[in-house]
Ligand binder design. Structure first.
Ligand SMILES: [Zn+2]
Length: 191
């Protein structure tokens, strides 16, 4: 459970191109400090990593996964993972969903982009439709189990990440979701 060292602009030490030492230099045009290689002058701009995920829905219920790996092992989230270099973000969302729950889904628009000050990732979440008859199969190396939840049934106290909660709140407040079941309800969606 002990976290290892994190990649951030303060912990970078060596140039990934030539192996030379990095030093902090003010770099134009924004005149802010960045790590710069003393050998080959490579500027090591460090940007947040991009995560893509889906909120798969069938009959007004969302398919969630219980994580088999750290961080947040045993807690619930939705399918998602890192976008590969050069990969389309939408394709990454579909690929991660295929890998984690065995479903090849059509995306149904952008649900939201979740970004936090100081966080090393930005999370892009798409809505997705689960066709009738399609069965989710948890990939045991990543997912302990899968289950569908109506907004009233989501385990709000056992969610893996702040972005999980925020995206599920956005989904549960979405247009038309409650039309079939709870037209007047407001499932306590306040943060
Ligand atoms: Zn270098």
């Amino acid at each position: 459970m002990a976290p290892g060292p994190d990649l951030d602009p303060g912990t970078l030490r060596f140039c990934p191109l030539c192996g030379g030492g990095l030093e902090r230099r003010v770099v134009p045009p924004d005149d802010r400090e960045h790590p710069v290689c003393a050998g080959c002058s490579f500027v090591f701009y460090l940007h947040p990593k991009l995560v893509a995920g889906t909120v798969p829905v069938r009959g007004g219920r969302v398919l969630l996964t219980r994580r088999a790996i750290e961080p947040s092992r045993g807690l619930w989230t939705f399918p998602g993972g890192y976008v590969d270099w050069g990969e389309d973000v939408r394709e990454a969302a579909r690929r991660e969903t295929r890998e984690e729950v065995g479903l090849d889904l059509d995306l149904d628009g952008l649900l939201g982009v979740y970004s936090y000050r100081g966080a090393p990732v930005v999370i892009v979440v798409f809505r997705a439709r689960v066709p009738e008859g399609a069965e989710a199969v948890a990939n045991a190396s990543e997912v302990l189990e899968t289950a569908y939840f109506h907004p009233d049934e989501i385990p709000w106290e056992e969610l893996a990440f702040p972005s999980t909660r925020e995206a599920l709140l956005d989904w549960s407040a979405g247009p038309g979701l409650r039309a079939g079941r709870d037209p007047a309800g407001d499932g306590g969606a306040g943060v």
